[in-house]
Design a protein around this ligand. Structure first.
Ligand code: HEM
Length: 489
């Protein structure tokens, strides 16, 4: 996903146009040669390894996890394109990356920090549900995709810098566009990795457009930084003691003794990273979840029955109820397996290693196709089927112990959030946001789809672009079942 994941047509064509036969005819053939063909490799900036099987993904994420803990470098640096060179997501495995990861886990995304921000998520969910109730009472369709992006945007913005990006609808749309444009550009500019000596073309073609996107982001973020700086002054005069992630980053920026000297650009780049990584991915996953649930009414009904039996129907289902909802958890796992919204991930080898007996040279760029990995028939039975039961232990069954072991194997191959130390740092937050939101949408509403005046199934066609997303907007009409809003206040 993110700035470094790319669904590149060139690569897609490569996989189709080369014969991937394992031809170790006496000569030392590397896995890279095997995947890309010697001719093509000749023209590429770095050797490239395409991964679409669970067994090779496991080698990369587990067996050689430290070897593949870096990402390939971007060709442009901060001077040419601010933010790209300072990005945490693009950073190699280095002290800067370790420092930011530790900071982020303690202040924002670890279990303790998430417990402290639970109230913010609940308030934002409350606003979101209120809009669903408004739409239900006027029997009007609602664009769930747009509302879900607003929800994730607002939640993440408030958690990171105590502000919302979308008080008004047009601001939410502006913010969404900015993130989408950044993602699209990241794809286009990433072609440098396969262009070899022509690699500067990517920057020439898209550099101007990228500068414009980053300038607009800079305007947005600089204002918020200045507000935080004013608040720092107020704090030093004892007027306020509230501290969010941006305050912490500024403390480090102004501290001459800090363990790591952060630059202003690094702060902004990290905030942009969080935006890009957090908002569309979670909102897209929730759209897939609603689409699958609406198209599978039997599963929808079972989830609702489970929620009703655990929570009752007088209060809103909460994050803390989720561990008591095993069927619902299995459903969400299956949705994330079928729809890994960050489809293609990049890594780079930090040293030479062997995978399945083949040599992989140092600095090999790796593209992991998580969509293919999560549907690998070697691991997943009926890989394209929506079968939440595959993650459920049936205690009544005689072979339940064996079943538990089987599920353990499946979970050890569950790579929707990547793997190893570069695994998604927002995984826990995603589960909190997605589980609470989808459970509430099932608990509070029935859903009617609308197409040409008739009820229809949701069209599951996959859209273009670097993220795994629905091709068409997810528009539906909520029908209120009961309103727990008063219990949420
Ligand atoms: C459904 C939602 C999400 C999905 C499917 C997802 C998936 C991923 C994947 C596959 C990676 C690459 C991991 C690898 O290289 O092995 C990643 C990285 C990352 N994700 Fe997420 N993510 C989601 C939500 C979030 C959220 C909510 C945040 C932050 C608040 C976040 C922040 C990040 C960051 C910062 C990285 C880069 C980590 C690094 O390079 O060390 N993600 N994500």
């Amino acid at each position: 996903m993110l700035a470094h994941s790319l669904m590149n047509p060139t690569i897609a064509t490569m996989t189709q146009s080369f014969d991937w036969k394992n031809s170790r005819n006496g000569k030392e053939t590397t896995l890279v040669d095997m995947q890309c063909g010697k001719e093509l490799m000749h023209h590429m900036a770095h050797p490239l390894l395409l991964v679409s099987s669970a067994s090779v993904a496991t080698e990369i994420y587990k067996t050689h996890e430290l070897t593949f803990a870096s990402r390939p470098p971007f060709i442009v640096d901060d001077e040419k394109l601010p933010y790209v060179g300072s990005s945490f997501i693009n950073a190699p495995y280095c002290d800067y990356w370790k420092f930011i990861k530790k900071l982020c886990m303690t202040k924002l995304l670890g279990p303790h920090a998430l417990e402290l921000s639970r109230g913010v998520r609940l308030q934002e969910l409350n606003c979101f549900l209120q809009k669903m109730f408004d739409s239900a009472s006027s029997n009007k369709p609602i664009d769930l995709g747009l509302e879900l992006v607003k929800l994730t945007n607002n939640t993440v913005c408030r958690m990171v810098m105590s502000t919302k990006c979308s008080y008004k609808d047009d601001e939410a749309e502006k913010c969404r566009k900015l993130v989408q444009e950044t993602l699209d550009l990241a794809v286009k500019m990433s072609i440098e990795d396969v262009l070899g000596s022509l690699k500067w073309l990517g920057f020439w073609f898209y550099g101007k457009q990228a500068k414009d996107v980053f300038r607009r982001f800079d305007e947005l973020i600089e204002d918020i930084l200045k507000e935080h700086e004013d608040r720092r002054e107020a704090k030093s005069r004892g007027y306020s003691d509230y501290q969010d992630l941006m305050d912490t980053l500024l403390d480090i920026y102004y501290d001459n003794q800090a363990e790591f000297k952060l630059t202003r650009i690094q702060i902004k780049a990290f905030i942009l990273d969080l935006f890009i990584a957090a908002t569309e991915s979670s909102a897209n996953a929730m759209q897939w979840a609603m689409a699958e649930l609406i198209n599978h009414p039997v599963v929808f009904k079972k989830v609702r029955e489970e929620i009703d039996s655990v929570v009752g129907n007088s209060r809103l289902v909460e994050e803390s109820d989720i561990p008591k909802l095993p069927y619902f958890q299995a459903v969400m796992k299956e949705i994330l397996r079928l729809h890994p919204t960050a489809t293609i991930i990049t890594r780079q080898s930090r040293e030479h290693c062997k995978i399945h007996g083949y040599d992989v040279p140092k600095k090999t760029s790796v593209l992991i196709n998580l969509y293919a990995v999560m549907r690998d028939p070697q691991v997943w039975n009926d890989p394209n089927e929506f079968k939440p039961e595959r993650f459920l232990v049936c205690k009544e069954r005689e072979d339940s112990l064996y079943q538990e072991k089987e599920i353990e194997v499946l979970l050890s191959n569950f790579f929707t959030f990547g793997g190893g130390r570069r695994r998604c740092i927002g995984m826990m937050l995603s589960y909190c946001m997605m589980n609470a939101t989808i459970a509430a949408m099932v608990q509070c509403f029935d859903w009617k789809t609308c197409g040409d005046g008739k009820e229809t199934r949701i069209d599951m066609q996959v859209g273009k672009g670097m993220m795994h997303q629905l091709a068409h907007p997810l528009i539906a009409i909520p029908i209120a079942r009961f309103s727990p809003i008063s219990t949420m206040e």
